[in-house]
Design a binder for this molecule. Structure first.
Ligand SMILES: *[C@@H]1O[C@H](CO)[C@@H](O)[C@H](O)[C@H]1NC(C)=O
Ligand SMILES: *[C@@H]1O[C@H](CO)[C@@H](O)[C@H](O)[C@H]1NC(C)=O
Ligand SMILES: *[C@@H]1O[C@H](CO)[C@@H](O)[C@H](O)[C@H]1NC(C)=O
Ligand SMILES: *[C@@H]1O[C@H](CO)[C@@H](O)[C@H](O)[C@H]1NC(C)=O
Ligand SMILES: *[C@@H]1O[C@H](CO)[C@@H](O)[C@H](O)[C@H]1NC(C)=O
Length: 168
């Protein structure tokens, strides 16, 4: 069963996100009166902590305005925001999710430098920052790539297709 604080964090996140309710198959159905561990795109551990959030292809646009809800979901091990149109930098709040093992931000409309703090997410096994569809404006500098790889010793899959890389 979903814990109360997890439910309210999820609901705050839903209220904060702008999404196209025609395209959305999950967020649009989140219903306060039901156990949030049964909400589409949400998975909990045995205690009721949300450990998996799959919000790929939900027609989300316009960024995350208040990160406190997402970064409050601190037990998350898997986060998928792929195939949306956030149109912002990768929010630093995501990087506070220290239990994350699988992070998928592919084709999610994030732009700018990939923050170096990604290298502090020590448990990452899979990191997908690739752009396969539209024009990509995520950038990574070679120094950052070096830092990224140095400390992410558990990383097994890294997808950087379509990312702009500079090298000295
Ligand atoms: C929402 O998605 C539908 C289906 O993809 C699309 O036809 C519609 O134009 C979108 N609405 C907005 C406001 O983008
Ligand atoms: C939420 O679920 C309850 C019980 O299943 C239902 O009566 C209610 O209409 C639902 N609300 C929304 C907004 O879907
Ligand atoms: C963000 O949301 C949290 C929790 O709902 C709230 O306490 C905080 O004031 C909000 N911050 C902003 C800048 O709106
Ligand atoms: C990331 O999510 C997209 C969209 O759901 C999917 O196609 C892709 O395979 C995922 N990447 C990884 C590494 O699983
Ligand atoms: C790697 O981890 C060490 C020890 O935690 C830290 O001192 C160092 O700054 C990290 N390096 C990078 C490149 O993040």
């Amino acid at each position: 069963q979903c814990l109360e604080d997890q439910r309210s964090l999820l609901f705050e996140l839903k209220s904060d996100l702008i999404f196209n309710s025609t395209q959305s198959l999950k967020l649009v159905l989140w219903n306060q009166t039901q156990d949030c561990c049964n909400w589409d795109g949400v998975e909990c551990d045995g205690v009721g902590h949300v450990i998996n959030l799959q919000l790929d292809g939900e027609g989300i646009s316009g960024g995350i305005h208040n990160m406190s809800s997402l970064s409050g979901l601190r037990y998350l091990e898997k986060l998928n925001l792929a195939g949306n149109d956030f149109g912002s930098q990768i929010p630093s709040g995501i990087l506070n999710l220290k239990h994350l093992m699988h992070l998928n931000l592919s084709d999610a409309g994030f732009r700018g430098q990939v923050p170096i703090e990604v290298s502090l997410m020590r448990r990452l096994v899979t990191l997908d920052l690739s752009y396969k569809l539209g024009y990509n404006s995520l950038e990574i500098e070679d120094l950052n790539l070096k830092m990224l790889l140095q400390n992410l010793t558990g990383l097994r899959e890294l997808y950087l297709d379509g990312i702009q890389m500079s090298s000295a």
